[in-house]
Design a protein around this ligand. Structure first.
Ligand code: ZN
Length: 406
């Protein structure tokens, strides 16, 4: 653990920009997946002073992240993610490192040195391993094509001398050993953010490289446009229920044609690389690897109190079939929104949840109280008894026992 661990805000402010960085850029021509070749080789090291400087900074960032209390430390899951990176990482397969950060946002970020930060909110949104491989393949594509260096040089060319000096001072903090402070400053000045605000062209290249890598690894390349389509739909669903414009990072999605074009490009590219045998989805394997984390990530998502996005997401995940867990969190989403009539909707979801064998114990508790409110006393009491049987040492078990006794 470092002295000043990364906070969630720093992560979001400083690093969480890779996936949506290209949304603001004007649309360009599609890049055919077959036209790209990785420019890094196994064990790649920086070649010139510019790149060496960039690597030096990011080695420190990696140290900081590796010690962050935001990391999810699960060796089995880490091995699983590493295994996918090994399959879709091309020449960088052995050099890629993935850190899983506990941040309920849909994002991932690739450093120029070969480490990747994947947010827990991204894992929650993946329906199978092929979709996850697509995201990892896209991020690996930025590394394989040395995009960070290109973006960095591009920024230096465009940024005014004054701004650049200010940023260099921020970077300088790192070199003096007060690195955590330097990182705060970096995040605040938006230096890292500017670095990875990739152009539309670089995003298109990473898409093309990613779709090629996953198809060559045997994954269904159609998984990539699915993820993009779902991100657009979720953003729209969130805005529709909030009755306002989509949130910050994705604010351009609603009005700008680029995301839709990017999705269309990905669909064309996916068809181009779809070969015999590239059909693997790995859904069961993915869900097994995610294990109990899925519930924790759903819990995080529901607590964001963004019912439009959450309800969209639950239905999206349920396109592979509803289960007790998804129905329970559907109920929780309605309950937390708490508008007129939401209690009834929540009650319906809890009732649906307990019909599945995987319903969490809490679904029985909520179902029980809902039945009691409806005056269905015996059924309600039976549901609460079921809750106590499933979770005898729950923090509220005593209270539930009391209400059963009364
Ligand atoms: Zn990207």
């Amino acid at each position: 653990m470092s002295d000043l661990p990364l906070t969630r805000r720093m992560m979001l402010g400083g690093l969480g920009c890779a996936c949506c960085g290209g949304l603001a850029a004007p649309a360009g021509a599609r890049i055919p997946p077959g036209s790209l070749r990785p420019v890094v080789t196994p064990g790649y090291r920086p070649v010139d002073a510019d790149e060496q400087g960039l690597w030096q900074q990011y080695r420190r960032v990696e140290e900081e992240i590796a010690g962050s209390n935001l990391l999810i430390r699960d060796d089995a899951l880490a091995r699983y993610l590493g295994g996918i990176a090994g399959r879709v990482g091309g020449p960088a397969a052995k050099d890629l490192r993935i850190y899983l950060a506990h941040v309920p946002e849909f994002n991932a970020f690739m450093a120029p040195t070969g480490f990747m930060v994947v947010f827990s909110g991204l894992l929650l949104r993946m329906r199978d391993e092929a979709q996850l491989a697509g995201v990892i393949g896209h991020e690996a594509g930025h590394f394989l094509l040395r995009h960070q260096l290109r973006a960095w040089r591009d920024m230096k060319r465009k940024t005014s001398a004054l701004t650049f000096l200010g940023m260099a001072a921020g970077l300088g903090y790192g070199a003096t050993g007060i690195y955590a402070g330097g990182l705060v400053q970096l995040a605040q000045t938006g230096a890292i953010l500017s670095l990875f605000a990739y152009s539309r062209e670089l995003e298109a290249e990473a898409d093309a490289m990613g779709v090629k890598q996953i198809a060559e690894a045997g994954y269904d390349p159609a998984a990539m446009p699915e993820t993009w389509q779902s991100l657009i739909a979720e953003t729209e669903a969130s805005a529709a229920m909030r009755r306002k414009r989509p949130r910050r990072g994705y604010s351009l999605l609603a009005t700008h044609p680029a995301p839709a074009e990017r999705m269309a490009d990905l669909r064309l590219s996916a068809r181009e690389v779809a070969g015999a045998g590239s059909t693997e989805r790995g859904r069961d394997r993915y869900l097994a690897a995610l294990g109990e984390h899925r519930r924790a990530f759903l819990d995080d998502q529901v607590k964001l109190n963004d019912p439009g996005a959450t309800l969209y997401l639950l239905r999206y995940l349920a396109s592979d079939g509803w289960n007790g867990l998804l129905r329970f969190y559907e109920g929780e989403t309605w309950r937390l929104r708490g508008e007129a009539g939401d209690n009834l909707l929540a009650g319906r979801s809890y009732a649906a949840a307990v019909a599945y064998p995987d319903a969490p114990a809490e679904a029985w508790r909520q179902h029980g109280y809902q039945l009691l409110r409806e005056g269905r006393r015996d059924e309600g009491r039976a549901a609460l008894r079921r809750y106590l049987a499933l979770a005898p040492s729950a923090p509220d078990a005593a209270i539930v026992r009391q209400s059963l006794a009364s």
